[in-house]
Structure formats: structure tokens, C-alpha cells
Design a protein around this ligand. Structure first.
Ligand code: C2O
Ligand code: CU
Length: 574
């Protein structure tokens, strides 16, 4: 595909809204049609059919302004159930259109359609959308760009162009097979074959050079890279050779700008980066992305995806390879930690100082006894004979599998027996969470559909605590329906007596996905002013399907504007 066509496809060319003479208005409604169908894609010398939106992989970019409404008609022309989630859009009072299957809706069946109404509020910057059913988001995803309201402006020098840079992963096998295998066993089967930038592995992979994503730039101009980590299983480092990056936003909120040689972006997060095209020592520079993972017991995809930054106003391109960037090593914990510690909200923010609900939530990879339907336990490949891998929060392995009714409907219609309102505020057993190799008894977990119910307006603090069960590793924890302040992060076991004193209550970053450090903890705070049913889970899909999830139910408040919107009659049936 030609460069220009690819640029158009990725929505780099700004849409022609906000043309002069439009009066300043509160909000606008934008319409999109998403046709989901099987599309043949060739990567790494293999052709396979993948689910894609409008034949595009990655899918189309959604453009809106702060406070707008976006209506997306989703037509499922594929062969399996699907849903779409608008990652990082708080959707005030509107859980109906949030998307996670069996949590807020029944899936859209093949041959049917569903219209999502997406309500934007405080977000401004880069978010994204993705399938929230099975592993479909591997190829069903795209960028959401939220521009400032008419009449207000980007708080940094206006970039010449804005470029979505979606980091992802590619598997040669079918992701439905991958899901089956992940549920059954775990193991190394789920390692992706390549990391990708805008769907392309780049020059370092076989049969990939022709497709490498290219970014034409002109000397002296500034570009806004809207980087999204859409990867299913990898946090990533990202860097551009010969250029530093100025970080100005994350997860749809602005940051105090800082300059860095590399970025660490967890699965689910976005980073807005200004790139000043001022280097003249070469014409072409690689931008590159590589996995960050500290659990050395895991086999990880340690490949490097590349794209090319190309100066179009330079003398004719020289032969040879573009300049390679300096990327931290796959397990460079110090580089990742230093980067994450530099994130600060642009302005001083209003962090709640009084907490109503204190929660400490342990994060574990576990085992469950394996009971295949045919009784054949030889297919179980858990770390103990006769077990399979599972995962939990506070030792509850969440069961998100098909039910006749989703959790939101069960709550709305007071249907009993679908979930229980007893998700614990503390782990059931206290142990030295981060000490390597905990006793085997601690590896086991219990299944349940236990949710946490909170009062409208309550201030919730969640301290996520990683555990060393089956090896400590970083977990990108994502909450639907809210952005939250990341008030603290640290290594080892959270100390309730000491660690809160280290919190940043002045200018913490406001995110929807927090990277809980390997063998450490991260503390978040939010005010529960969004009534509804909101999924919370690790954004590594294998952990999600293993049960590293729970649900917050935020009750209605007293006034009408503190209550969930009425149930749309169009909700799909299970
Ligand atoms: Cu980006 Cu629940 O997910
Ligand atoms: Cu995880």
C-alpha cells in the first residue's frame, strides 16, 4: 500500500470538522459505521483471516471533541459473538454502552447489529476502542482522538501533524485457538510472533519490509505521536532514533511535559508524545517498540517492531538501514520505573484526601484443579500435575463466562444468583506477598462472581499488591467507567503505616490503566460518581480470561443526574 493511502487509512489527515464559521457549541454528535468481518491479512509470510473493522487493521480512527457524543453502528458480519469497548471513555451514567461481554451486555451475535452511544466528558487526548470479547481485540482495535473543544486549544505548541502509533502483537496462529489453549492450560503457546507498529512488524522481520509503517516528516516541524499499547500480553518500551520525545499526555489527560529518550507504555495505556523533527545527521530513523517484562521465568516475545521516520525534505535517501534507536533491554526494570515515576498531571489536581473505602487487592497467577469435560487431564499443563493456570484478585478468580444474563441487567432488574456482592476489601490470607516462591498451598484460588458495591460519591482507594505466586510480574490494571489518580507506587509489600505518607496528592497522573510494578504495589483513588456496573481487570488478556478481574457496582445517587440512564431497549440478548 502506498504511503499516502496508509496515512489516510490511519486517520492521520485531520477530519474536516470545526471548519471556520461553525459557531461555538456545547457538543456535537458524530456517526460511524463499523462492519466487522473476516479479512485476509498477510504478515510474516503467512496469510490468515482475521476479524477487522471495515477491512482495516488497525481499524478506523474515531475523532471527536471533548464533551461530544459518538454513535457507532456495529454490524457483526463475522462468524462469532463480539462486543466493542471504548477504552478510557468514562461514559457518565452510561454503562449500557461500555462493552465488556457478559458484564454490561450480551454479545452482538453474528448477523446482527448494535448501536453504541459513547458519551465523552473530561477526556481530551488519546484513547482507543477495542473488541471486549474473547481475544478479538488482537485485530479489532483502533484509536480515539479527542480534540479540545472549539474555542479552546491544545496547551502545547500546535503540532504540524498528529500520528496514531498503535503498538500491537501478531500471532501466526488463529487467536481463537490461542484463547482455547490459554483457558485450557496456559503455557508458552501464547507468545506472540511479532510486536507491531500500526499492524506492521517492520524491517527486522521476514516478508515485512514492504509494509513497514512510514512517517514522513519535514525538518523544523513538530509532530504529535499518539501512542497506544493495544498489545494483548506485552508492556512495551518505545523510542525514536536520534530524537528525544516530550511526553505531554496519558490516557486522555495532559501531563507536565518532560523529555525522555524512551517511553514505557503498559498494555491499555496511551502516551501523547511531541517529536521535534530537528535531527539532520541522517535522513531516516527507526522508531521501535519492544516488550518490557521482568518475569524471567516467562518466555516472552523479545522481538523489536520498527517503523521509519523519514525526512522528506532531505537530500535523496541514502542507502543502508535507518539509524536504530537505543531501547532499554526487555527486563530493564530501572528504565521502566524511572519513566513511570516521571508522570505528573499538568495542573495541580483535586485528589480526594478523605477515603471512604480502603481496599487492598492482591494480584496473583494461580492454579485450579483441571477438570476437562472428557476427563482427560493429560491436556492440563498447569505447574502442578492435574492443574491448569488461573488468576485472581484477592484470591477470587472471577468467572466471566457466558450466563443467560449479564451483570448489568442482573443488577438493573434485581435478578438473583448471577453475582454476589461480597468481593473482599482485603486478601483472605496475609502472607509475605512478594517473597519469592510462596508455599504451594497459596497457589490455589477459588472461583466466583463476587462484585464490590459502593455508594454513590464514595471515595475509593485501591492498593493493588502484586504477589510472587508463580513469579512476580507487572500487571496493567484497568478500571472501566473512571479515570483515577495514581497516588503511589512502590516495591515489596505495601505498608499501611508508612507508605501513604509517600503519596503524591498534589499532581499525580490521572489514568485509566496503572502499571502495578513487579513484586510491588500501586495505589489509586477515585470518587465513585459514575453510577453503573464497571469492570476492573488486568489488561493482559491471558490474565483476564484466567480470572484476574472483578466488578464495581456504583449505586445511584439521590438526584436524577446521579442515576444511571434508562436501559436502552436495543440491548442484545444472551
Ligand atoms: Cu481496554 Cu476492559 O479493557
Ligand atoms: Cu496481569
Amino acid at each position: 500500500m502506498g504511503g499516502a493511502a496508509l496515512w489516510l487509512l490511519l486517520g492521520v489527515v485531520p477530519l474536516a470538522f470545526g471548519v471556520a464559521a461553525t459557531p461555538v457549541q456545547a457538543s456535537r454528535t458524530h456517526h460511524y459505521d463499523f462492519f466487522i468481518r473476516e479479512t485476509n491479512v498477510t504478515r510474516l509470510c503467512h496469510e490468515k483471516a482475521v476479524l477487522a473493522v471495515n477491512g482495516q487493521f488497525p481499524g478506523p480512527t474515531i475523532n471527536a471533541r471533548k464533551g461530544d457524543v459518538v454513535v457507532v453502528n456495529v454490524y457483526n458480519q463475522g462468524h462469532k459473538n463480539i462486543t466493542i469497548h471504548w477504552h478510557g471513555v468514562d461514559q457518565p451514567r452510561n454503562p449500557w454502552f461500555d462493552g465488556p461481554e457478559y458484564i454490561t451486555q450480551c454479545p452482538i451475535a453474528p448477523g446482527s447489529n448494535f448501536t453504541y452511544r459513547i458519551i465523552f466528558s473530561g477526556e481530551e487526548g488519546t484513547l482507543w476502542w477495542h473488541a471486549h470479547s474473547d481475544f478479538d481485540r488482537a485485530t479489532v482495535h483502533g484509536a480515539i482522538v479527542v480534540h479540545p473543544k472549539l474555542g479552546s486549544s491544545f496547551p502545547y505548541p500546535k503540532p504540524h501533524k498528529e500520528i496514531p502509533v498503535i503498538l500491537g502483537e501478531w500471532w501466526n496462529v488463529d487467536v481463537e485457538k490461542l484463547l482455547e489453549e490459554t483457558k485450557r492450560t496456559g503455557g508458552d503457546f501464547n507468545i506472540s510472533d511479532a510486536n507491531t507498529i500500526n499492524g506492521q512488524p517492520g524491517d527486522l522481520f521476514p516478508c515485512s519490509k514492504d509494509g513497514t509503517f512510514r512517517v514522513p516528516v519535514e525538518r523544523g516541524k513538530t509532530y504529535l505521536l499518539r501512542v497506544i499499547n493495544a498489545g494483548l500480553s506485552n508492556d512495551m518500551f518505545f523510542a525514536v532514533a536520534g530524537h528525544t520525545l516530550t511526553v505531554v499526555g496519558t490516557d486522555g489527560y495532559y501531563l507536565k511535559p518532560f523529555t525522555t529518550g524512551h517511553v514505557m507504555i503498559s498494555s491499555g495505556q496511551t502516551m501523547d508524545l511531541l517529536l521535534h523533527a530537528i535531527n539532520v545527521s541522517a535522513n531516516r530513523y527507526y522508531m521501535a517498540a519492544r516488550t518490557f517484562q521482568t518475569n524471567t521465568e516467562l518466555t516472552v516475545n523479545n522481538t523489536t517492531a520498527t517503523a521509519i521516520l523519514e525526512y522528506t525534505d532531505a537530500p535523496p535517501l541514502t542507502a543502508g538501514s535507518p539509524e536504530p534507536p537505543v531501547l532499554p533491554a526487555v527486563d530493564d526494570l530501572a528504565a521502566a520505573t524511572a519513566y513511570t515515576a516521571a508522570l505528573r498531571s499538568l495542573a495541580t489536581v483535586d485528589v480526594p484526601t478523605h477515603v471512604d473505602e480502603h481496599m487492598v487487592v492482591t494480584i496473583s497467577v494461580n492454579v485450579l484443579p483441571c477438570k476437562p469435560s472428557n476427563g482427560d487431564t493429560s491436556s492440563c499443563e498447569g505447574p502442578i500435575n492435574g492443574t491448569r493456570f488461573a488468576a485472581s484478585l484477592n484470591n477470587v478468580s472471577f468467572v466471566a463466562s457466558p450466563t443467560g444474563v449479564d451483570i448489568l441487567d442482573a443488577y438493573y432488574h434485581s435478578i438473583h444468583g448471577v453475582y454476589t456482592s461480597d468481593f473482599p476489601n482485603r486478601p483472605p490470607v496475609a502472607f509475605n506477598f512478594t517473597e519469592p516462591e510462596p508455599a504451594t498451598e497459596l497457589w490455589y484460588t477459588d472461583r466466583g462472581r463476587r462484585v464490590k458495591v459502593v455508594e454513590y460519591g464514595a471515595v475509593v482507594e485501591v492498593v493493588f499488591q502484586d504477589t510472587a505466586i508463580l513469579g512476580a510480574e507487572p500487571h496493567p490494571m484497568h478500571l472501566h467507567g473512571f479515570s483515577f489518580y495514581v497516588v503511589g507506587r512502590g516495591f515489596g509489600n505495601f505498608d499501611e503505616g508508612k507508605d501513604p505518607a509517600t503519596y503524591n496528592l498534589v499532581d499525580p497522573p490521572y489514568q485509566n490503566t496503572v502499571s502495578v510494578p513487579t513484586g510491588g504495589w500501586a495505589a489509586i483513588r477515585f470518587r465513585a460518581t459514575n453510577p453503573g456496573v464497571w469492570f476492573m481487570h488486568c489488561h493482559f488478556d491471558r490474565h483476564t480470561v484466567w480470572g484476574m478481574d472483578t466488578v464495581f457496582i456504583v449505586k445511584n445517587g439521590k438526584t436524577p443526574d446521579a442515576q444511571m440512564l434508562p436501559r436502552p431497549p436495543t440491548m442484545p440478548k444472551c
